[in-house]
Design a protein around this ligand. Structure first.
Ligand SMILES: [Zn+2]
Length: 123
């Protein structure tokens, strides 16, 4: 199985035992290789942050810099929630939609809650 290399630019400079490899007399600290990297392209959050600190601005410029405020409107402010209400709901979770702007609540079934395609939001 092919190993993935951690993309952290400083990964090889962190002197942990698992990075120290090679024969006696020619050991080096090496970039971590794993069949599965927990942080996508990176072995840990330090390497993730190193990459972002070095390349984040370039990446934002490449993929498109936000140049104006975005708005989450009432029509799209519906958020699925649930609460435990032992007296009213026989110990079952009660699912509902909360509009995080107007604070209006609307009941949801468990199936609607679990359905990632079901939404009250317009887009
Ligand atoms: Zn790393």
């Amino acid at each position: 199985m092919a190993l993935k290399y951690c993309q952290g630019p400083e990964c090889h400079t962190y002197t942990t035992k698992d990075r120290l490899k090679g024969m006696k007399g020619s050991k080096t600290y090496q970039t971590r290789r794993r069949s599965f990297l927990v942080y996508g392209e990176f072995c840990d959050t330090r390497c993730y942050n190193d990459w972002f600190n070095k390349y984040g601005t370039q990446a934002v410029n490449h993929f498109g810099r936000l140049k104006e405020v975005k708005h989450l409107t009432e029509e799209n402010a519906w958020d699925k929630r649930y609460r435990w209400d032992y007296e009213r709901n026989n110990g079952e979770a009660q699912h509902y939609y909360l509009n995080t702007i107007t604070r209006e609540q609307r009941p949801l079934t468990k199936a609607q809650y679990d359905d990632t395609n079901y939404t009250l939001n317009e887009r």
